[in-house]
Design a protein around this ligand. Structure first.
Ligand SMILES: Nc1nc2c(ncn2[C@@H]2O[C@H](COP(=O)(O)OP(=O)(O)OP(=O)(O)O)[C@@H](O)[C@H]2O)c(=O)[nH]1
Ligand SMILES: O=C(O)[C@H](O)COP(=O)(O)O
Length: 232
C-alpha cells in the first residue's frame, strides 16, 4: 500500500456500487447507459483529485464492479471487493476494517458522486482532522453527508443514506463529540437528482464532458458558469 505504516497521513475511502446500478434517482432523466457513463465519469474526477492529494497517504476503493476497480487501479488506488453489495454503509465498514487492520491512523470517506471536489478542499479537511477527531461535510442540497473524516477507529458508525448528515451529527453528539462541520462548495455538490445536473464552474472535465454528451440531444443553453473548457 502507498504510504508506509509510519505515514501519519489519512487514507481516502471511496465506496462505489456496480456502475450498472448507479444513480437510480436519475432514472427519470437518463437511460441506464447514460447513468453508468455519468457514474464512471464522476468516479474518474473524484479519483483524479484524491490520487494527486499529497495530504493523503493513499486511496482505497471498495467496489464489486470490475470496471470501477480497474479505473481505481489506474489511479494508484488499492481496491477491495464488495461481495455483499449491501449498500454504502456495509461497503464503508469493510473499508474501515481493512484500513484499521493496516494500522492506518485516519480516513476520509468520500462518495463517488462528488466530482466537483478540489484538492484544496481535501487539504482543508485533512488540516481540520489534525485538530478534531471527526469532520463532516454536508451535501449542499439534500441532507446527505458528502465527506466523513475521522481518526481510526471512527468515533461513530457510518450511517450514509437519506438524511445522513443529521444522523452523523446526532451520533457524534451522543458521544460527546463536537465534529468540525465544513460547508464546502465543491465537495458539497453531489449529483443525485436531475436538478443536480446543472454544473458549477469546475475542472471536473470528465463529468462535464459526460454531461455535455448526455444533454446534447436535450440541449438547453449551457448555464452561465458551466464547466471550464478542457484547455484550462
Ligand atoms: N461498494 C458499494 N458502494 C455502494 C453501494 N451502494 C452505494 N454505494 C456507493 O456509495 C455512495 C453513495 O451511494 P448512493 O448515493 O446511495 O448511490 P448512487 O448510485 O450514488 O445513487 P442512487 O442509486 O440514486 O441511490 C456512492 O459512491 C455509491 O457508488 C454498494 O452496495 N456497494
Ligand atoms: O449521505 C449519503 O448517504 C451519501 O453522501 C450519499 O448521499 P446521496 O444518496 O444523497 O448521494
Amino acid at each position: 500500500m502507498r504510504g508506509s505504516v509510519e505515514d501519519s497521513r489519512p487514507w481516502a475511502l471511496v465506496p462505489v456500487k456496480r456502475l450498472s446500478q448507479a444513480k437510480q434517482r436519475l432514472a427519470t432523466a437518463l437511460t441506464p447507459a447514460e447513468r453508468a457513463e455519468l457514474a464512471r465519469a464522476m468516479l474518474h474526477d473524484v479519483l483524479a483529485v484524491l490520487s494527486r492529494a499529497t495530504t493523503l497517504a493513499g486511496v482505497l476503493v471498495v467496489t464489486p464492479d470490475a470496471e470501477a476497480a480497474a479505473l481505481a487501479q489506474r489511479y494508484g488506488a488499492i481496491v477491495r471487493d464488495d461481495p455483499l453489495e449491501q449498500g454504502t454503509n456495509t461497503a464503508v465498514r469493510q473499508g474501515l476494517e481493512f484500513l484499521q487492520e493496516q494500522g492506518r491512523p485516519g480516513v476520509l470517506v468520500v462518495p463517488g458522486d462528488v466530482p466537483f471536489l478540489t484538492s484544496l478542499e481535501i487539504r482543508e479537511v485533512v488540516d481540520t482532522l489534525h485538530r478534531t477527531p471527526l469532520v463532516l461535510v454536508p451535501a449542499t442540497r439534500d441532507g446527505g453527508t458528502n465527506l466523513l473524516a475521522g481518526t481510526l477507529p471512527l468515533s461513530i458508525a457510518p450511517a450514509f443514506g437519506t438524511g445522513s448528515f443529521a444522523r452523523h451529527l446526532a451520533a457524534a453528539r451522543a458521544r460527546g463529540i463536537a465534529p468540525a462541520l465544513m460547508h464546502l462548495k465543491g465537495l458539497g455538490h453531489d449529483v443525485d437528482t436531475p436538478a443536480d445536473l446543472v454544473r458549477p464552474p469546475s475542472r471536473a472535465v470528465r463529468t462535464c464532458a459526460a454531461l455535455d454528451r448526455i444533454s446534447a440531444p436535450r440541449r438547453r443553453p449551457a448555464p452561465a458558469g458551466a464547466c471550464l473548457p478542457r484547455s484550462l
